[in-house]
Design a protein around this ligand. Structure first.
Ligand SMILES: NC(=O)c1ccc[n+]([C@@H]2O[C@H](COP(=O)([O-])OP(=O)(O)OC[C@H]3O[C@@H](n4cnc5c(N)ncnc54)[C@H](OP(=O)(O)O)[C@@H]3O)[C@@H](O)[C@H]2O)c1
Length: 297
């Protein structure tokens, strides 16, 4: 296999876990509103199996997708898990019957969440657990997360979790968590058009900590930009492949977990490593963030 295939490899710092830089995010497998079973269970199995067969060995999930059902689908499709597959899950929220997303951060809730993930995924120990701070929805909010990180560190000492990451956090929260335990990855909202974390990414890159953007394609409303389409047309790729290739070029510590419920989109996304962007094209694509900032203000 070419060393560049699926974007090359990355080892989570201080761990024996090595993954290809292009993985897969499972959130899109749940029903509408990330609630209920997949619309088409066979298609969900096909997406998961093809991702793994193609070499994607980093799957992002959560027991609050479905809720519970997405983890069960992963287990049904892939268990017993192939050697080298890293499943990353997250804790910190719950889904009441009104389908909202509520914080769930007491020691009891976090502990129960670990056991739910273990049971639904069919694992004895979770590879990596991100503490997902609910903050301001898809954006972080300052405030201490020490109590929750201590609970996860304790569950790690008990052998239920191998490694800890953070999601939807500020640089201060990362620094606070690092005084309690080793942090191997940060998962925040970031893409070509949404670049609030530029400084954080550079800082984490220096420390060898993975940065895993959620909404790498723009999330529920995928990115649209005349510049993106123009570059895609010029390079014979799709706009989504350019968006992913830009992330791969942006920093070596960026790992991709694009989400899709479609095998065709999965194939497209997994092939994004084949797109090479020149420094001039990177500058051109960097302009998309300025266009979006003008629209936001
Ligand atoms: N930590 C957190 O708080 C958090 C929050 C959100 C997500 N996540 C994780 O991050 C992963 C990625 O985020 P995401 O799935 O929300 O958003 P995303 O990857 O940015 O985009 C997913 C959307 O893009 C569409 N799409 C995917 N590939 C495409 C392609 N090649 N062409 C056209 N459309 C395409 C999908 O629809 P189709 O299904 O039709 O392809 C879906 O609507 C999630 O799956 C989840 O694991 C974490």
């Amino acid at each position: 296999m070419s060393a560049a295939k699926l974007g090359g490899r990355f080892t989570f710092i201080g761990t024996s876990l090595t993954v290809h830089r292009i993985g897969y995010g499972a959130m899109q497998l749940a029903g509408p509103g990330v609630w209920g079973p997949p619309r088409n269970p066979d298609a969900a199995f096909a997406v998961l199996r093809e991702a793994v067969e193609a070499g994607a060995n980093h799957i992002d999930t959560s027991d609050f997708y479905g809720p519970h059902l997405t983890n069960q689908v992963i287990r049904q499709a892939l268990h017993p898990y192939p050697e080298g597959l890293v499943i990353v899950t997250k804790l910190g929220a719950r889904r009441p019957p009104d389908r909202s997303w509520q914080p769930s951060i007491s020691p009891e809730a976090l502990t129960a969440g670990v056991h739910d993930n273990l049971r639904h995924l069919g694992l004895d120990t979770l590879y990596i657990v991100n503490y997902r701070v609910m903050g301001a929805g898809h954006g972080p909010e300052e405030g201490s997360i020490a109590e929750q990180v201590r609970v996860l560190a304790d569950l790690r000492r008990q052998g239920l979790i191998r490694h800890i990451g953070l999601s939807n956090v500020t640089a201060n929260q990362v620094a606070e968590a690092q005084t309690i335990t080793d942090i191997v990855c940060v998962q925040n909202n970031y893409n070509l058009a949404h670049r609030h974390d530029d400084a954080l990414i550079n800082d984490l890159a220096q420390k060898g900590i993975a940065y895993v953007p959620f909404f790498p394609l723009g999330g529920f409303t995928p990115l649209q930009s005349a510049t993106l389409s123009k570059v895609a047309g010029r390079l014979g790729a799709t706009p989504m492949q350019i968006a992913l290739a830009w992330l791969l070029h942006r920093s070596p510590n960026i790992l991709l977990i694009p989400g899709t419920s479609s095998v065709a989109h999965l194939r497209e996304n997994l092939a994004a490593w084949q797109v090479t962007l020149s420094p001039e094209t990177m500058v051109e694509l960097d302009g998309i963030a300025d266009e979006s900032a003008r629209v936001e203000h």
